[in-house]
Design a protein around this ligand. Structure first.
Ligand SMILES: Nc1ncnc2c1ncn2[C@@H]1O[C@H](COP(=O)(O)OP(=O)(O)OP(=O)(O)O)[C@@H](O)[C@H]1O
Ligand SMILES: [Mg+2]
Length: 207
C-alpha cells in the first residue's frame, strides 16, 4: 500500500505550527526512515496519518485514496506509538492477541510473535510488571498482529539492546509491508541496511 502526504499542516496551539506544508511519498513495500530532532513533529505526523490527530490542512492518500474522513480502524494501518498504551491488567500474550480477539478472531495463535520477540518467559505475566524493553516488543507485536497494509513505527528501538533491535528490524523486513519508521537517532541497525530510504524532517523553527 502506498502513502502520500501532501502539504500537511498541524497546530496543537492556534498560530503555532508543528508541521507546516509537509509532504512525503512512500511506495508500496518501501521502508522509509524519517529522521529529525526531538520536537520537530515526527510523532504528530504519524498520529495524523493514523487518524488520531486531525490536520489543520493537507491531504493524506493511502493507495491513491484520500483517507481524511476515515476512522483510524478503517485505514488498514498498524501503529506502534512512542508511548504506546498497553492493557496493564492483561498478560503479554493477551495484549498481543487483543487486536485479533477484538475483531472476533478467537483462533489465530500469537505464539510465533512471542517466540520471535523473545517474550516467552513473560508471556503469562501482566504487562504492568514488564520492563521498558518488554513493553516495546509487546507494542511492536500488537502493531503487526493484524497484518496491516501500512506500518507506522515511532522510535521502535528505544529500550532495546542490539540483538533485539536486529530482531525487530528483521521482522520489519520479513513482513515487507509499507513502513514509515520515525526516530531522532539513526542508530546502526538502520544505517547498515542499504534497502532503507532515509529522509529528514527539519526542526520546528524551520517550519
Ligand atoms: N498535546 C500537545 N499539546 C501541545 N503541544 C504538543 C503536544 N504534543 C506535542 N506538542 C508539541 O509539538 C511539537 C512536536 O511534537 P512531536 O511529539 O510530534 O515531536 P517529535 O518529533 O516526535 O519529538 P521526539 O523525538 O521528542 O519524540 C513539540 O514542540 C511538542 O512540544
Ligand atoms: Mg516523538
Amino acid at each position: 500500500m502506498s502513502l502520500v502526504v501532501e502539504n500537511l499542516s498541524y497546530e496543537y496551539v492556534q498560530g503555532e505550527s508543528v508541521l507546516s506544508d509537509y509532504s512525503l511519498k512512500i511506495d508500496e513495500g518501501e521502508l522509509v526512515v524519517l529522521v529529525g530532532p526531538s520536537g520537530c513533529g515526527k510523532s504528530t505526523l504519524l498520529h495524523c496519518v493514523a487518524g488520531l490527530c486531525e490536520p489543520k490542512s493537507g491531504t493524506i492518500y493511502i493507495d491513491g485514496k484520500e483517507v481524511s474522513q476515515k476512522k483510524p480502524y478503517e485505514r488498514g494501518i498498524g501503529i506502534m506509538m512512542q508511548d504506546q498504551p498497553l492493557y496493564e491488567h492483561l498478560t503479554v500474550e493477551k495484549n498481543i492477541a487483543f487486536p485479533l480477539r477484538a475483531r472476533g478472531d478467537k483462533k489465530t495463535d500469537v505464539s510465533k510473535f512471542i517466540d520471535v520477540l523473545q517474550l516467552g518467559d513473560v508471556a503469562k505475566q501482566k504487562v504492568s510488571k514488564c520492563s521498558g524493553g518488554e513493553r516495546r516488543r509487546v507494542a511492536f507485536a500488537r502493531a503487526v498482529v493484524l497484518k496491516p497494509r501500512l506500518l507506522l513505527l515511532d522510535e521502535p528501538f528505544v529500550s532495546l539492546n542490539d540483538e533485539l533491535r536486529e530482531i525487530i528490524m528483521e521482522r520489519i523486513q520479513d513482513i515487507g509491508t509499507t513502513t514509515l519508521l520515525v526516530t531522532h537517532n539513526l542508530d546502526s541497525t538502520l544505517t547498515t541496511s542499504k534497502t532503507i530510504k532515509k529522509i529528514t524532517l527539519g526542526s520546528k523553527t524551520q517550519g
